[in-house]
Structures are given as C-alpha cells and as structure tokens.
Design a protein around this ligand. Structure first.
Ligand code: 5AD
Ligand code: SF4
Length: 471
C-alpha cells in the first residue's frame, strides 16, 4: 500500500484535498456534497467511487465547504497521527455546522470501520459512519441521517469491488488516473490495521478494469496506476469461461489498451511479485519500470515478528532478480523504524539493505501501535520515543543520500517524460515523470508544440535530491 505523499517522511494527511469545479457542477442538484480524502491512494480512488454513487442519486460535488449540504471525510487509520488529523479536522466543522444546522457530516473509510459506533459517541457532530465496503448504501444512509437518526453501515464484504461503477475523477490533472483492481488484504502483517479495516482480499472483474482503462485513454488520459493493497495476489476467474487471470496477465491486457497509455501499479508485496510480472514489465515499453517494494525492516528477526514471511536474504534476492530482468528499474520502499524489540543491530540491518537496494525513494515511518493488531496483542511497544526519532532521522539521511546519488547518475541521460502539467514553481516549465517515476522539470520553450498529456524526450542537465532538471 503506497500512500499519496511525496515528502520524505510520511505524514498521512494529503491535507484536505478538495477539487476544482467539476463538469456539470453548476447544474441544479438537489444537494451538494464536499469530500476530503486522507491516507493512501486507495482512499482517493474510493472517494471517486463515492462521488459517482452520489452523483447518480442527484447529488452534486462542490469544492466549497460553505456550499455543502453534506461533508464527507474519507479517513485513514494506519497510524495514530492519521486519526488525530481527522479528529482535528472534525472540530473545525463544528462552527460551520452551527451556522448551517441541516448540514450532515459523514466519516467514511478506515476510521469508520475501526471505530464503528464508538465514533458517534466520541464525535457528537458526526451523523454517518460508513465503512469502505458500504458506499452503495450511502443514499439510504443520507436519508436516514436527514430524518435525524444517526446512520451507520460498517459491514465488510467478501465480494464488493465496485466493478460496475465509473468513478468521477476528482481533482484530476486529466492525464493520470488511479484504477482500483482489488480490495482488502489477507496478509496480516502484525503491525497493520488494514486487514481489519478493509477486510478480505478480493479481485475485480478483469473485463471491467480493461474497459475503465480504455475509457480513460479515449478521454485523453495517458497513465493509469492499478491499485490494490497487494496487487500481485490479484486473481480473478471468469465464471463463464472458467479461465483465471493473474496479475501478470492483467498487466498485459492493460498494456495492450494502447502503447501510448502508461501503466503503473502499487503496491507489491515482496513475497508475491513473480518472475512472470517482471517479464511482462520488461516486454512492454509502456509498463513503467518502477516497483514499490516495501521492505519494512532489514532485520530477519524483526521481519519475523512483523509476520512479513521473508528474510533479509530473500528480499535481497528479489531486488537482485528485478535488476537482472530490468537493469534500469526504479525501486522504492516503505520502512518502519522502532518496531517492538528493535535493537541497534536490527536498525543497522535496515540501513544496510537500503544501501544495497539503492532505493530511489522511501516512505519512512515511526512504528505506531494500532489497537487490535497482532503486534499490539503480542508484543510491547518498547523502543523509547527518542530512539525511534533518532533512527528515523538516520534512515531519512541515508535515503536522501541515495536519492541524490541516483539522480546524479541520470545527468546527461535522456528520458521519455509524460507531461502532467505546469511545474509547481513556474508556469514557464513543464512537470512530468519518467518511466522510473522520477519527477522531471523542463522548460516549455524547448518544446513549443507540446501540451499536457504529450510525451517529451528530455535530456537531464542538473538535479536536486527530488527532481531531475531538463533542458
Ligand atoms: N506504524 C507505522 N507504520 C505503519 N505502516 C503500516 N502500519 C503501520 C504502523 N502501525 C506503514 C507500512 C506500510 C505503509 C503503508 O504504512 O510501512 O507499508
Ligand atoms: Fe498491511 Fe501488510 Fe496488507 Fe500491506 S500487506 S496492507 S502492510 S497487512
């Protein structure tokens, strides 16, 4: 599971992302809703499904909080801080609700699922609590809440994949889009709350995934990211033909939509990514040469406590295999520091694997104990806070060095870059990414004919730790 942040240290709130007026927003809808998403890419993708379900029922999206009759927060529970951010945001809504008494507030996503009705007791202004598998019931729940009853649906499903729903692209750049391919997780990493909040693994109908990607391409999108907690365990069997589709086969089907459609995916579990996936990636130039391969810890002893089911040697062998099949592949990672009983030598093992893997970047976190997880039940959160912080700093410093080293090696090379829009710092420059997922900024003047959504071949002249700078 890769979260949507680009910072060095991951701070779950991609704070309060709202969106530009949507096509048709000015239409006279019976009610308007405002939705904010926190946490992983899957949550952002789910908010687009929620928007579609509400739109079908005649509700219009607004990016203006004051105009909204319904406010939804799509929440994250992965670390305690993520939940605190949501609680703080809820307190900010109190004032608005006082001014507009009929307005309804709904909490969606992982916090809703984890806390259930407790959330209603703890946060009095909340009217609806809706888990990630219950979004189809939103129209009914809104009606119930509108009648003055608190409305809750936190049922988890073994089947729900929202496969027939075409997401409404919120806050879209019109070039890149997320496509959900599976939901839930069966892995039970001991630190992780996701299997409890998102339920059992299930895969979405392959035909509906390819249809969604084809539709996106026809509407001008040029990159899709196939999303799932553990994409490599994607497995869908077609009841009519009895034929099963693996993740490698799905990747191939999506790559064949058009050579101009880039394909990315996230997240891979090191234990599940197969040679077949690597060969498929190598075979198609439009499948991006980039793998997010969370390590979590470099110590075999800690990995065992985390229930990751691989050793440090096994992980290193996987990295070696990736580089054998695709020498130019970028790899990134998630790392947790200060897990229960982590000693200095375990920490050094993590630094060692980071160095050996040569990550382009990493998302790095301090361990946060989550109620109900295996780790919370079995182990003591015994690494002192200041040790956790110091180790995190060391991990960040090393990653910064690795990122800069990797970018310096690209100076003088040329890359195909998909233009996503203006550079954040200047409208005279384009911003895009290369296949390896590195951000490339370059002058528009060098490419006067190009537009957002076009590909440019850019030669790298300079770099910072986070960006390649082109001609
Ligand atoms: N504490 C800290 N980080 C966590 N992650 C998952 N659970 C926890 C936790 N309890 C991290 C893992 C995962 C990423 C999405 O979040 O590194 O890969
Ligand atoms: Fe959590 Fe592990 Fe599943 Fe990722 S693979 S969502 S870390 S349980």
């Amino acid at each position: 599971m890769l979260e949507l942040m680009t910072g060095k240290v991951h701070d779950e709130q991609r704070q309060g992302e709202s969106y530009k007026p949507l096509p048709g927003e000015e239409k006279a809808y019976k009610k308007k809703f405002y939705i904010e998403s926190y946490g992983c890419q899957m949550n952002f993708s789910d908010s687009e499904i929620v928007a579609s379900i509400l739109n079908e029922q005649g509700f219009g999206a607004t990016r203006n909080l004051e105009d909204a009759d319904l406010i939804f927060l799509n929440t994250c529970s992965i670390r305690e801080k993520a939940e605190q951010t949501v609680r703080k945001r809820l307190t900010e809504f109190r004032k608005i609700k006082k001014q507009k008494p009929g307005m309804l507030v709904g909490v969606l996503g992982c916090m809703a699922e984890r806390l259930k009705t407790k959330l209603l007791e703890e946060e009095k202004l909340v009217d609806m609590v809706v888990g990630p598998d219950a979004y189809r019931s939103l129209p009914g729940l809104i009606e119930e809440a509108g009648d003055g009853h608190k409305a809750v649906n936190v049922l988890l499903s073994r089947e729900e994949t929202y496969s027939d729903i075409s997401p409404i692209r919120l806050d879209s750049n019109g070039v890149t889009a997320f496509v959900s391919i599976m939901r839930g997780c069966n892995n039970m990493c001991s630190f992780c709350v996701v299997p409890f909040t998102r339920g059992r693994e299930r895969s979405r109908d392959a035909g509906s995934i390819v249809a969604e990607c084809t539709d996106l391409f026809e509407r001008g999108f040029r990159e899709v990211t196939l999303l799932g907690q553990n994409v490599d365990s994607y497995y869908w069997s077609d009841d009519s033909s009895g034929k099963a589709v693996t993740f490698a086969e799905l990747l191939e089907k999506v790559a064949l939509v058009s050579p101009l459609l880039r394909v990315r995916f996230s997240t891979s579990h090191p234990k599940d990514i197969t040679d077949q996936v690597l060969y498929t990636m190598a075979k198609y130039p439009n499948i991006c040469k980039y793998i997010h391969l969370p390590l979590q810890s470099g110590s075999t002893r800690i990995l065992q406590l985390m229930n990751r089911t691989y050793t440090r040697e096994w992980y290193m062998a996987k990295v070696k295999r990736i580089y054998e099949v695709m020498p130019d592949c970028g790899i990134s990672s998630d790392i947790i520091t200060g897990f229960c009983t982590e000693a200095e030598e375990d920490h050094l093992d993590t630094l060692d694997i980071m160095e050996k893997s040569g990550y382009d970047f990493s998302y790095m976190f301090i361990y946060s104990e989550r109620p109900g997880t295996l780790a919370a039940k079995r182990y003591t959160d015994d690494v002192p806070e200041e040790v956790k912080k110091r180790r995190l700093q060391e991990i960040i410093s090393l990653q910064n060095k690795l990122s800069l080293r990797s970018n310096l090696q690209d100076i003088g090379k040329s890359f195909e870059v998909l233009i996503e829009g203006d550079s954040r710092k200047s409208s005279e420059h384009w911003m895009g990414r290369n296949s390896r997922n590195k951000v490339v900024v370059f002058s528009k003047a060098s490419f006067p004919m190009l537009q957002k959504g076009d590909y440019a071949t850019v030669t790298v002249l300079d770099c910072t730790q986070g960006t390649l700078i082109g001609a």
